[in-house]
Design a protein around this ligand. Structure first.
Ligand SMILES: Nc1ncnc2c1ncn2[C@@H]1O[C@H](COP(=O)(O)OP(=O)(O)O)[C@@H](O)[C@H]1O
Ligand SMILES: [Mg+2]
Length: 296
C-alpha cells in the first residue's frame, strides 16, 4: 500500500551544515496492516511520516501510495491523492474557535465536498465511529485530551482515507486514555481496512497496536521485525537501539547524597524524551506505566 524507495530528506539552513533527517529509507507497508515506527526524539520519525503524504517532499527517493507514485504528481493531482491519506498528531491540531462538527467538516471542505448535506452526513458518520455524537456542538476547550484526539481521528476519517498517518498520537495522553485511543485506531484498521502508520517513542504503543515495527536512528531504519516478536521471551533485537527500546521502565539512581560517587541524571529506559516531548503535565508514573494494557 505504501512503498518508500531510497527516501532521503535533507534540511539545508543558510550558514549551517545541512541536516539529513531521513537517510535512504526503504519501507514497504502492506495494505490493511499497522506499521509502527519507533525511535528516540530527533531520529527522523516525523519527517519520514510527512514524507509519506509529501507534506515534506523528500530530497530524493520515491514515495508510492496505493500504487500511485506521489513524487511524480503535479500539485493538483497531489492534492487529490492526499485525500486518501489522513493524519493525526500528538497535539491534536484542532481549530479552537470551531465546534467539534465544524472541525470535522473542515477536512471535507478542503477535500472539495461541496454539498453541505453530504458534509453533514459524513461528519455524523465520522463522529459516530469515535463515539462522540453527543459532543457535536461543543468546542475543543470543553473536551478531554482523549476526546480531542478522537475528534482528530474523526476529522481524518471523514474523507474516507485508505491510509492513516499517526504522529505520536498518544504521547500527550495518560495510559488509560492511550489505551482508549489505540483501541479506536485498531477498530478503524479492522473495520475499514485502513492502513495505519504510527510513529511513537513508546514501545508499549507498538506492542499493543503494530503488526510490523521499524526502528529508526539518525534518519535510518536500522532494524525491522514483526511486532509478534516482541511477545517472545527469546526475542533479541539486532541493534543496541532496538534492545534499549525493548527494555521497559524508568531507572532512577536512588543513592542518597551521603553516598560517594557522582549523581547521575534520572534515566527513562523506555521513554527518554517524555519530559520534553509530552509536556510538563506528564508524571513519571505515567511514563513508567506507559501502559496500553487494557487494549484487546
Ligand atoms: N523543517 C525542518 N528544518 C530543519 N530541520 C528539521 C526540520 N524538521 C526536522 N528537522 C530536524 O530533523 C531531525 C529529525 O527531526 P524529526 O523528524 O522531527 O524527528 P523525530 O520525529 O524522530 O523526533 C531533527 O534533528 C530535527 O531538528
Ligand atoms: Mg516527531
Amino acid at each position: 500500500m505504501i512503498s518508500l524507495s531510497h527516501v532521503s530528506t535533507t534540511f539545508a539552513a543558510r550558514g549551517r551544515k545541512p541536516l539529513t533527517a531521513v537517510d535512504d529509507v526503504s519501507l514497504e507497508v502492506p495494505r490493511g496492516s499497522i506499521q509502527g515506527i519507533i525511535g528516540f526524539s530527533g531520529a527522523g520519525k516525523s519527517t519520514l511520516l510527512r514524507n509519506i503524504n509529501l507534506l515534506e517532499r523528500p530530497t530524493s527517493g520515491r514515495v508510492s501510495v496505493g500504487g500511485t507514485d506521489l513524487t511524480s504528481l503535479d500539485d493538483t493531482a497531489l492534492r487529490r491523492a492526499r485525500h486518501q491519506i489522513g493524519m493525526i498528531f500528538q497535539g491534536f491540531n484542532l481549530v479552537n474557535n470551531l465546534s467539534v462538527a465544524q472541525n470535522v467538516e473542515l477536512s471535507l471542505k478542503f477535500a472539495g465536498v461541496t454539498s453541505r448535506r453530504e458534509r453533514q452526513a459524513r461528519v455524523s458518520e465520522a463522529l459516530e465511529i469515535v463515539d462522540l455524537t453527543e459532543k457535536t456542538s461543543v468546542y475543543p476547550a470543553q473536551l478531554s485530551g482523549g476526546q480531542k484526539q478522537r475528534v482528530a481521528i474523526a476529522r481524518a476519517l471523514a474523507t474516507k482515507p485508505e491510509v492513516l498517518l499517526c504522529d505520536e498520537p498518544t504521547s500527550a495522553l495518560d495510559p488509560f486514555t492511550t489505551a482508549t485511543v489505540l483501541q479506536y485506531l485498531a477498530d478503524v484498521n479492522r473495520e475499514f481496512g485502513i492502513t495505519v502508520v504510527i510513529v511513537t517513542h513508546e514501545m508499549e504503543v507498538i506492542k499493543a497496536l503494530a503488526d510490523d515495527v521499524a526502528v529508526m536512528e539518525d534518519g535510518r531504519v536500522v532494524e525491522e521485525f514483526p511486532a509478534a516478536q516482541l511477545r517472545r521471551e527469546d526475542f533479541d533485537p539486532q541493534t543496541s537501539i532496538g534492545k534499549y527500546l525493548l527494555s521497559d521502565g524508568i531507572r532512577l539512581d536512588r543513592r542518597s547524597s551521603a553516598e560517594p560517587g557522582p549523581a547521575s541524571a534520572p534515566r527513562l529506559a523506555s521513554d527518554p524524551d517524555a519530559g520534553s516531548d509530552a509536556g510538563s503535565d506528564r508524571s513519571p508514573q505515567a511514563a513508567l506505566a506507559g501502559s496500553a494494557g487494557g487494549v484487546r
